[in-house]
Design a protein around this ligand. Structure first.
Ligand SMILES: Cc1cc2nc3c(=O)[nH]c(=O)nc-3n(C[C@H](O)[C@H](O)[C@H](O)COP(=O)(O)OP(=O)(O)OC[C@H]3O[C@@H](n4cnc5c(N)ncnc54)[C@H](O)[C@@H]3O)c2cc1C
Length: 397
């Protein structure tokens, strides 16, 4: 093994895609990430280039104009992108989840209507489960839809934390409906809400207030969404049948968890690379700090964590691609990769000494990005809940 995070058994096409993405990251993302992040600027030129490269359609079937690639290919591309700048991987993350949900659960008409334009990046997806009062406890959703005499669903309520909320033109929003009201998890419905990009009242009854000011994960917009008597046609229900939203979203977050673990791998790889470089350049007490055992052992621990997280992520992606149930594998990959990413980033920061605290150094940005991975697509506590349920099911007495 010469480098960390190598993946055995890739096809020639997968390797070609990854080489292209890696070159793009080195040439267009890494040199620009610091400036764009510090000024909280949307990376429009980078996004335009991703559209040209077909990255928005990576997992969309070829019949709808996408590349028809696997979750593994997608996750490995995300790992590369996040190595350059986590926010760039965030631009395609929610889009990918929404396209995946439409591919898996949409009606034929919905697939025809959305997927070709999603493949080109003309339509861009956001994914909305969370609300101000809830994130982990999805079944407690308060935003409600009531059917009116004309057959439309009138939606009222507030959603929270929409990544790409302002820049997207299609939001998959989870809303409580009257159907199946007495059965927990059967009264939630996913609506495919089309809207123009932008902020303010972008459609009658649909407002995207301004961007939430965040600690990190800058450049891309994270927003609230307010429904105020917004009229959604019955045809905008994902799959056409109300009451199936909970399982749609859980399927979406399962692939989303592989994606978040890939992002954690990318950030951790970059943190390791920065530490390995700095440790060989900086000298104290007459030798490079990499030659002090405390630092070299720290590098060894970081490298091992990077490698373990990558293998878990690849395993979870391959399991999903094989058609097997992967809730436990995805939960484990997300849990381990995000916790390790946090630890590796912190270790790299320490190796940088005082300079790690300076905005001139990339590690300062990674330190602000890594904590989000502990939260997004379910916190570590939620992953442990899923993992423990799964193992107790398999090891039941
Ligand atoms: C930058 C950013 C982007 C986001 N993007 C999106 C997005 O695009 N779409 C979207 O829908 N959401 C998004 N989210 C929301 C995210 O998914 C939630 O923040 C996350 O699921 C946690 O929910 P919460 O914040 O409500 O915390 P809570 O659910 O209130 O949890 C608070 C704490 O309690 C713990 N906890 C909760 N329940 C339990 C339990 N049963 N047992 C043990 N511990 C528990 C949690 O682990 C956490 O430590 C985003 C969040 C952020 C910060």
């Amino acid at each position: 093994m010469t480098r960390l995070a190598q993946t055995l058994g890739l096809t020639e096409f997968q390797s070609e895609i990854l080489d292209t993405v890696r070159t793009f990251v080195e040439r267009d993302i890494i040199p620009n990430a610091q400036e764009l992040e510090h000024s909280d600027t949307y990376p429009q030129a980078i996004v335009d280039r991703m559209r040209e490269m077909g990255l928005f359609g990576l997992m969309i079937p070829e019949e709808y104009g996408g590349l028809g690639e696997s979750l593994l290919t997608y996750a490995l591309c995300v790992e590369e992108l996040a190595r350059g700048w986590m926010s760039v991987s965030g631009v395609i993350n929610t889009h990918f989840i929404v396209a995946y949900m439409i591919r898996q659960h949409g009606t034929d008409a919905q697939k025809e209507h959305f997927l070709p334009r999603m493949a080109t990046g003309e339509v861009r997806g956001a994914f909305s489960m969370s609300e101000p009062e809830l994130g982990s406890d999805v079944a407690a959703i308060r935003t409600k839809a009531k059917r009116d005499a004309g057959g439309n669903y009138i939606i009222n309520g507030q959603k929270m934390w929409l990544t790409n909320g302002g820049s997207s033109t299609l939001v998959a929003a989870l809303v409580k409906t009257e159907e199946g009201a007495d059965k927990p998890h059967k009264n939630l419905t996913t609506f495919l809400v089309e809207k123009p990009a932008g902020f303010g009242e972008v459609a009658p009854g649909l407002t995207i207030p301004g961007k939430i000011d965040k600690m990190g994960y800058k450049g891309i917009d994270t927003t609230e969404l307010v429904f105020d008597n917004y009229a959604a046609p019955a045809e905008s229900i994902l799959g056409g049948i109300p009451g199936r939203g909970f399982s749609h979203m859980m399927d979406g977050v399962e692939v989303g968890r592989v994606n978040v673990s890939a992002r954690a791998c990318g950030v951790a790889i970059r943190a390791f690379e920065l530490a390995a470089r700095y440790a060989q350049q900086r000298s104290t007490f007459g030798k490079p700090i990499a030659q002090h055992q405390a630092i070299s052992f720290s590098l060894a621990e970081m490298a091992t964590k990077v490698e373990a997280a990558h293998l878990m992520m690849v395993n979870a992606a391959r399991l999903k691609d094989s058609g097997e149930r992967n809730d436990v594998a995805a939960g484990m990959a997300k849990y381990l990769a995000s916790e390790y990413c946090s630890e590796v980033t912190q270790a790299s920061f320490r190796i940088h000494g005082g300079y790690g605290y300076s905005k001139e150094y990339e590690i300062e940005r990674l330190m602000r990005e890594a904590p989000f991975l502990l939260i997004g697509e379910g916190t570590s506590e939620i992953q442990k809940t899923i993992i423990s349920k799964g193992v107790l099911r398999d090891y039941a007495l």
